[in-house]
Design a protein around this ligand. Structure first.
Ligand code: RIB
Length: 304
């Protein structure tokens, strides 16, 4: 199975701070670094590192050459990347000493994806393939409808969740949701883990859901099965892209034929390793690192 990721490509501007800037406050950062990022790019790299045949479709800004280079270096197919006459999507990220982050994104070139561009990409994909979408590029409702018409399965990470998405996205077409608690709450209005899962299964009975719960673990549910998995002990340095690493590894392992419990296990190890390192895509481990860590990291049971 090939995976087509219609995803964002961002340049992350990362500032280390003592605390997030409050309204009206000016604070000085301890350090500043540029990293390749974007939920789309991060997930493509995690998919590639998990062994998937991954094709990234998207729009780069005129300043985005380094983003293509990092995808190429990681063996992500970049035949469906185009350049837009715009600045690249970018993110302003504050990271605290505790590794927490606060992110502002500017869509830039990611928002220049058009229906014509989507049509020109998806004619090369079909029912054997899966499309992965997040909410950082334009036309995602159109992408979902057209891919569904071609018989492709749809994996959706509805991040960041906003009102426009809730109003207009065809959620009923999704085969696999990967959501965190905030997104799960936004989609269902529910707070508790089991309530979110029950509500999603009532609304979308033919879909599967992976709900990530940060340092409490993750749970998979479809109409016949529920599987849970805990987390691994690491020193938290930067949580940026932990969710992207989980999503990419889960799908990558699934596409390689692993069982759901094995996909959860590898995705959990990979995202634990990612939070122990700085940056977004640069924090994503290789499969070798994941395999080694499976035997060395201390496991904390699921606490849903
Ligand atoms: O999920 C982390 C990503 O969110 C960052 O890389 C940033 O670019 C934003 O898209």
């Amino acid at each position: 199975m090939r995976i087509l990721n219609f995803g964002s490509l961002n340049i992350d501007h990362v500032y280390h701070v003592d605390h997030f800037a409050r309204p009206g406050e000016t604070i000085a950062a301890h350090s500043f670094e540029l990293f390749p990022g974007g939920k789309g790019l991060n997930q493509s790299i995690a998919l590639a590192r998990a062994g998937a045949a991954i094709y990234h479709a998207g729009k780069l800004g005129h300043d985005g050459e380094m983003l293509k280079e990092i995808l190429d270096k990681n063996r992500v197919n970049t035949d469906y990347l185009e350049k837009a006459d715009e600045v690249c999507g970018h993110a302003l990220i504050q990271v605290t000493n505790q590794g927490e982050n606060s992110i502002i994104i500017y869509g830039g070139s990611n928002k220049t994806i058009t229906e014509d561009f989507v049509d020109s990409v998806i004619r090369d994909f079909g029912r054997e393939d899966m499309v992965l979408i997040q909410n950082e590029v334009s036309c995602i409702g159109y992408i979902a409808r057209k891919c569904a018409e071609r018989g492709m399965r749809i994996a959706f990470n509805p991040s960041p969740l906003d009102e426009e998405l809730l109003k207009s996205f065809p959620f009923e077409l999704v085969s696999l949701f990967v959501v965190n608690e905030i997104e799960g709450h936004g989609l269902t209005g529910k707070e508790e883990t089991h309530e979110i899962l029950d509500a999603l299964m009532i609304k979308y009975p033919d879909s599967a859901v992976v709900l990530t719960l940060g340092n409490r673990g993750a749970v998979y549910r479809d109409k016949a099965h529920t599987y849970t998995h805990g987390t691994y002990d690491v020193e938290v340095v930067d949580t940026t892209a932990a969710g992207d690493t989980f999503t990419g590894y889960f799908l990558g392992c699934l596409s390689a034929g692993n069982s759901i419990p094995e996909c959860l296990r590898k995705a959990s190890v990979a995202s634990s390793l990612a939070v122990s390192r700085e940056g977004a895509s640069s924090s994503i481990p290789t499969m070798d690192e994941v395999d080694k860590a499976l035997h060395t990291l201390r496991y904390n049971p699921y606490k849903g």
